[in-house]
Design a protein around this ligand. Structure first.
Ligand code: ADP
Ligand code: PAZ
Ligand code: K
Length: 258
């Protein structure tokens, strides 16, 4: 019984095959494609896979991309299934004004992170940072309620916006420095500390709201770039979205009538 998990962000599609659809399942195969290269999947890495029995994914890249992924899956009989954020799932309560308008990747990552915290010990509040094309900073209380979150531009978008809006900021990537003394370092440091500062604000908000030290978890393709510049320790977790997709599937099956 193999399970295919897919995470389609605004820059890259990440996929993984597990031996089972439950937390802790063994990772058998995985890969990444930039969205421009989705059409390579069915004749490339997916061609040599044993047909997966089940699939669950999350997609925030729009309907056209979603259809292009579904086309690649026609290789197998397994129907594409995509997470739609609900009011509650797998023990997490969605505090968004309109739950289904929350990004599916944010919702799935929160579910993965919440169960990771529970597996580590007593229930605690949680700040979850996801550094991808955009950056999201989520807050959950100790009961597993998603209180709300920030959306910020990612590094790439910040730099492109500054380049497009000014005459004098066309420079190569620099280093993160406490006191940047050239344009490249000033831009790279500004973007990095904008994200780190926003995250620190959310930690303060959550501390004030819950009165308890939160667990701090970071994920996403560019998480490793942010990790050294955070104001407090963050656990850097790869594949949090896959963990969330496994949790959701396991909970849905456990809840389904026999
Ligand atoms: N090897 C890499 N290839 C592509 N992007 C990378 C790489 N390493 C880090 N990144 C960064 O990660 C981001 C993509 O992360 P990812 O989590 O896949 O984003 P998304 O989910 O929005 O598609 C890029 O914007 C880039 O800044
Ligand atoms: C915030 C996002 C753009 C993040 O996308 P990503 O960086 O993962 O590609 C995505 O989660 C999204 O489109 N969200 C919908 C709006 C919302 O969450 O409120
Ligand atoms: K993402």
């Amino acid at each position: 019984m193999t399970f295919l998990a897919i995470d389609v962000g605004n820059t890259r599609l990440k996929w993984a095959v597990f031996d089972q659809a439950r937390p802790g399942a063994a990772l058998l195969e995985h890969g990444v494609e930039f969205l421009d290269h989705i059409e390579r999947l069915s004749e490339g890495p997916w061609a040599r896979l044993a047909p997966p029995r089940h699939m669950l994914g999350c997609v925030v890249a729009g309907d056209t991309v979603r259809r292009r992924v579904a086309e690649q899956m026609e290789l197998w009989d397994v129907p594409p299934r995509w997470v739609v954020p609900a009011a509650e799932e797998a023990g997490v309560v969605n505090g968004y004004d309109h739950p289904s308008r929350l990004g599916a990747d944010r919702w799935v990552a929160m579910i993965g992170a919440r169960h990771r915290v529970l597996a580590q010990g007593a229930a605690r509040p949680l700040v979850l940072v996801m550094v991808g094309t955009a950056v999201t900073v989520e807050a959950l209380d100790a009961s597993g309620r998603f209180l709300g979150g920030f959306i910020l531009p990612g590094h790439g978008i910040m730099l492109r916006a500054l380049e497009a809006g000014t005459a004098g900021l066309h420079v190569p990537t620099g280093e993160v420095r406490p006191f940047p003394s050239n344009t490249s370092d000033a831009l790279t440091s500004g973007g990095t500390y904008a994200i780190a500062g926003a995250v620190e604000c959310m930690v303060q908000h959550l501390l004030a709201h819950c009165g308890q030290e939160p667990a701090c978890i970071m994920t996403g393709g560019a998480g490793w770039k942010m990790a050294p510049s955070m104001t407090r320790p963050f656990e850097l977790v790869e594949n949090l979205i896959f963990d969330g997709l496994l949790e959701i599937t396991a909970h849905r099956w456990a809840d389904a009538p026999a």
